[in-house]
Each structure stands twice: as C-alpha cells, then as structure tokens.
Write a protein that binds this ligand. Structure first.
Ligand SMILES: [Fe+2]
Length: 281
C-alpha cells in the first residue's frame, strides 16, 4: 500500500485543473516523478520504471511499499535490479511503507547512514518533506517536533514557493485504507498541512482530493494489486483503479502535475499557483 500527499505550503493556493496532456514520454528534465507501492508485480514495476526513465526526470520519490516484505533480502535484490539504472540517473528519495516492515535493510539499500526515516530537500522552489508514517508522528514525538521546525524554516525561506509532503499513509482516501489509517493521519497532520500549506500512497490506485486549499494525491500503485473505490467523499475529485505515476514540474511559478497509467495514457492533470504567503509564526 502506498500514498503521496501533495500539499502546498503557501497557506492558500489557487488551483487550476487542466486537460491531461496528449503527448506521452515527454522529456521532463526539470520534473520530479512520484510513484509507489511496487511490491509484487515486477513486470508492471519494470514497465513503470521504463516509462519514468523515458521522461528523464531530475528526481524520483518512491512513497513506500517498495517490496512485499522488507525483511527478505531477495526482495530487495529484485527491487535494486528493477530500479538500479533509474537510481543512477535520477536522485531517488524513498518514503518508508508498512511493507518495509521496519527492516534495517531499508536504510542499507538507500544509504541512509543516520537511520532517520524522515527528511526534507529543496528543488526548483519546492520544499519536499518526506515523512515516515511507520514511526510515531503525533504531537510530542520527535518526528512531529522535527516537522513543525522544518515547516517554519521552509516558510521563512524566500526560495520556497511551494511545499510538498510525501508519506505512505494518506489522510484522505476512498479506497481500502480510507477508514483504517486515514483518520489518524488527518487528525494529527492535516492541521499542520493547512497551517503551512502538502502528496501520499498506501492505497493502490490514483485519487485526487481537494480540501481547504490543499491537494491530497494518492499515487499508490507501481505494481501492487489494484484497489477499487469502496466509499465516497465530497472532497474526492478523481479516482482511477489503474497503475500510475505522477510528474510534478515547476514552470513560470506554477506547479504542473500530470498523472499517467502504465501505458503512459494520461489519467489526470492539474496546476497550482501560489497566493501571497502569511508571515511565519
Ligand atoms: Fe502500505
């Protein structure tokens, strides 16, 4: 299962929905790709990775559940075999999923020497925060304190026009995990996301929701079994039971997001422009 949360940090944004692009596999050398939940179907994972590589992205975020059981070394070998070339050509940022099973191999595979599963990075005016939904993240925890501090610093920086948060378990989903994990994430983190401005996975489908100025995107299947929509929500705008990956590009001050299936057929597209931000507290 996997999830991407894509929120904007600018305390309010203007969103424009655009028609999905027609051209597939366009070069997006200044793009960031988000995908996840690769787990078991290696043929689909290889296909999705080939499509991502054809776009030549600058960076790739994998939002968790890379393998089916992170304690099994052979599964990491397979993951490395499928993603090896991609990880040589693009910066690769992982977010841990539940199927990584808290295995130390996760840190070894990605060379995370300090064993900290949450971090942030800046790229083309977007501040990307990667949270670890497998470590406690509620108020008072080390991760929560780090997040608040990182958000404050990000908002204070004139370089950051947008804020994107990546994590495995989404706060909003009308798929299988929508009533299990989502309420906890929403109750704890959404107030912060709304204050500061957020993409997530875990469910194996594509879904875009929009609430209080923030897009919540589940881009959760690069090879894991697909999930059907099992409930409805007034904030859910697009749902597709399809393998998928998402591209994010920043041009002319706006974020352009496009989503494609495993045949590179467009599923969704939307654009986000920033509003003037409030001063940092
Ligand atoms: Fe998951």
């Amino acid at each position: 299962m996997k999830l991407i949360l894509f929120t904007l940090l600018t305390l309010g944004c203007q969103a424009f929905l655009t028609s999905p692009a027609n051209a597939a596999s366009e070069d997006c050398s200044r793009c960031v790709v988000v995908y996840g939940d690769t787990r078991t179907n290696h043929a689909v994972h290889k296909k999705v990775v080939a499509l991502i590589m054809a776009r030549k992205p600058e960076a790739v975020f994998h939002i968790g559940d890379m393998v089916d059981d992170g304690r099994v070394a052979a599964q990491w070998d397979k993951f490395n075999e499928i993603t090896g070339e991609l990880r040589k050509k693009a910066r690769f940022y992982p977010a841990r999923g539940n199927h990584e099973q808290l295995s130390p191999d996760y840190f070894k595979v990605f060379g995370l020497k300090d064993w900290t599963p949450w971090y942030s990075t800046d790229l083309h005016g977007i501040h990307f925060i990667v949270l670890d939904s497998e470590t406690p993240f509620w108020k008072g925890t080390a991760q929560y304190k780090w997040l608040v501090n990182d958000l404050k610093k990000a908002v204070a920086s004139p370089e950051n026009k947008f804020l994107a948060v990546m994590m495995h378990r989404p706060p909003y989903s009308t798929s299988e995990h929508g009533t299990i994990d989502a309420p906890v994430v929403a109750e704890t983190l959404v107030p912060l996301f709304e204050e500061y401005g957020v993409v997530a996975g875990h469910d194996h489908n594509y879904e875009r929701s929009f609430k209080n100025g923030i897009f919540y995107v589940v881009a959760g299947s690069g090879g894991a079994p697909l999930y059907a929509q099992v409930s409805s929500s007034t904030i859910s705008q697009v749902y597709a039971k399809k393998y998928n990956y998402l591209t994010i590009s920043l041009s002319s001050g706006a974020i352009k997001a496009e989503v494609f299936d495993d045949s590179d057929t467009p599923i969704d597209a939307f654009e986000i422009t920033p509003k003037p931000r409030k001063p940092a507290k």
